[in-house]
Design a protein around this ligand. Sequence first.
Ligand SMILES: [Zn+2]
Length: 432
Amino acid sequence: MRLRFTARALVTGDRAGTVVPNAVLDVADGRIAWAGPAAEAPPAEDGERIDLPGILTPGLVNAHSHAPMVLFRGQGEGLPLERWLQEVMWPREARLTPEDVEVAMTAASAEMLANGVTTSVEMYFHPERIAAAVATTGARALIATALIPIPGMPPYEEQLRAVVDLAAGVPDDGTIEYGVGPHAAYTVPLPLLRETAAVAREHGMLLHVHVAETATEGAGLLATHGLSVPALLAAHDVLGGRVLAAHCVHMDDADLDLWREHDVAVAHCPASNAKLASGVAPLRAMLDRGIRVGLGTDGPASNDGLDLLADTRLAASLARLAGRSATALTAAEAFWLASGAAADAIGRPDLGQLTAGRRADLVHVDTRDLVFEPVGDPADLLAHLVWSGAARHVRDVWVAGRPVVRDGASTTVDTEALRRDVAARAARLAAG
Ligand SMILES: [Zn+2]
């Protein structure tokens, strides 16, 4: 299957913020075959031609999500974290069925696609149901199965073995990948974290874990062991291999140096960190050290959106406020954090940028809108996208060259029926 796109411009998703005006992008067999200025394009081969009035960007990569939590969006609004978890989230999650997870993930995945997010890292339960949901919508997911030793769950080692078995059976088209998601150092004992990391390394799987989200979560561990959570993880051989740490808000210089030393990647979640008053992660210090960082929404119960473009703007705003400098994060870097950098952070160099050889996950942003004017220089398109663009401008989306959103609507699922289904399930879960 060959496709040739022509577009007003390509926003390639690299760190420099490259914008290619009057562009062509060729797709062959689900991958980008060529991308660049129309004047330099190779002769068109047989295949479909798609002329776009707006810009093409890479499909965005959401580096940290618990998307099935659309079932709990907005619930417990305004409660402090402990009460929110104990009174609102955990009782509902205890009643979740595998089917609830699949329906919720299907709805959430369609929502993400409509927002231009084609890949998400999902830390949640019932991983095979998350995979089924994504297969239905046509998106991609890296599913870091939530692992947590709590009553009512199978023994931890059994949970871990089940993930390894699942990972052995995935298709090789990059749509689904399984990883391990031990919740955090304060909920999973260190010997289990060590074992999980060994298994992840042995099988080349991503290990995804929450680290230093709040100022107090490591206090107990510090009192017991005399080490920060990052230092404890290093001391227990959890780092090394593909490790992706969510949040990393409360990190000192020594912690950041450890991340650099072990090449730990960070899923930066500014909207969740702001909503829950967790703090502002030291994003500039991470980037200056060469730490890989990608943007994440976190779950829709603590964001509450699955709108990575909105979070891109917030990441830039917070980094500038924290650094008291309008140069602390450029628009180009902010968009890169949601595209090319996020793909690097999750260990997927086949995603996140519009370059030949990568998978053809594409987003058409309609720029026929006042917020995209004026354009004196092609780079203005990227600045407008970050500072005044919105999910409503996402018109069409392709995953591996296959259309999954056309003119703003899903081509794969009935989003209105899913909305009603999620509402009914959420009501049941709330009632107990
Ligand atoms: Zn999370």
